[in-house]
Ligand binder design. Structure first.
Ligand SMILES: [Zn+2]
Length: 300
């Protein structure tokens, strides 16, 4: 009888040992940080991308396949964020639990209202890496709350014995984050409407959440390198449009970022996109605090 239940649990993708931690792999460290917050001591989390990497183009290491082979839950950002590197790894991992649609595959973008979802025919011909909308939604604390809540539901389904733990931690994460978010918004209120240029469309949710305005991007389309003509028109627009900041992740080319800021009469601010992307950004709260404080200092 015991064997039958074990078999049934495996078929349903349920975690089978009451004492062991649920093995989770997250594609990016910001997702990893939210899983840690919700899963606490009940989960063992490994992140594939480093906080300093571009999540669209992650350097896939052979160890990833071994990690994916034994994981019970794979958490990805979705909206094609990882399309360039994750699918071949999952195929090679030979783990039915994490195949698309399986109970061990969690796509965080599902059920979120994404920004910039294209209407009409999908067109990747020009290299746009955001074909299903903007996948950098975790920089909006409200959307991070929604992801935490959905993760608690999924972990509870995989590991029903610890449902109370997951629910309690998710509620605590959401309560703390909403309190902090109110304070972050208050601190940035004096700079509401400030016009900003970013390198990639990475900070759109962040800017919207905190009342700043995106005036243009160095990339003409997400993932596409700028031409000389694009840069010329961007810089001209910055000067006439009163752009005060150029925000770029530390991994974007320094020469172009510095040139755009200098010629556009704006200040260059290097901000991390992911947890682990800069000193002090060791968890989700740390990342957001770092970015809010950096903008406050730059505009003061
Ligand atoms: Zn992107």
């Amino acid at each position: 009888m015991k064997t039958y239940f074990l078999f049934l649990a495996l078929m349903l993708g349920l975690h089978t040992s009451a004492s062991a931690k649920v093995n989770v792999v997250a594609t990016t460290p910001d997702l990893g940080a939210i899983i840690e917050a919700v899963g606490g001591t009940d989960v063992e989390v490994t992140c594939l991308a480093r906080g300093t990497e571009d999540p669209h183009f992650v350097d896939a290491r052979p160890s990833f396949i071994r990690l994916l082979n034994k994981t019970e839950l794979l958490v990805e950002g979705g909206a094609d964020l990882e399309i360039g590197w994750l699918p071949p790894l999952v195929n090679n991992a030979r783990n039915a639990r994490i195949l698309p649609g399986a109970s061990g595959r969690f796509v965080a973008a599902e059920n979120l209202a994404l920004m910039e979802v294209p209407t009409g025919k999908l067109d990747r011909s020009q290299g746009d890496v955001h074909p299903y909308g903007n996948p950098h939604y975790l920089l909006d604390p409200e959307l991070a709350c929604q992801v935490a809540d959905a993760l608690a539901t999924r972990l509870s389904r995989l590991d029903p014995e610890r449902v109370g733990n997951y629910r309690k931690r998710a509620e605590s994460f959401v309560t703390t984050l909403r309190k902090k978010n109110t304070l972050w918004k208050k601190r940035l209120t004096p700079y509401c409407g400030t016009r900003v240029v970013t390198y990639h469309k990475s900070f759109d949710y962040f800017l919207k959440a905190f009342g700043l305005e995106l005036a243009g991007t160095v990339e003409p389309k997400p993932g596409v390198e700028p031409s000389a003509a694009h840069l010329k028109s961007l810089v001209a627009g910055m000067k006439t449009g009163g752009v005060r900041l150029v925000i770029a992740e530390p991994n974007r080319p320094a020469r172009i970022c510095q040139r755009v800021a200098r010629e556009g009469d704006a200040r260059l601010l290097r901000l991390p996109l992911l947890v682990g992307g800069a000193t002090g950004c060791d968890d989700y709260f740390g990342l957001m605090e770092h970015n809010v404080a950096a903008i406050e200092r730059a505009l003061r």
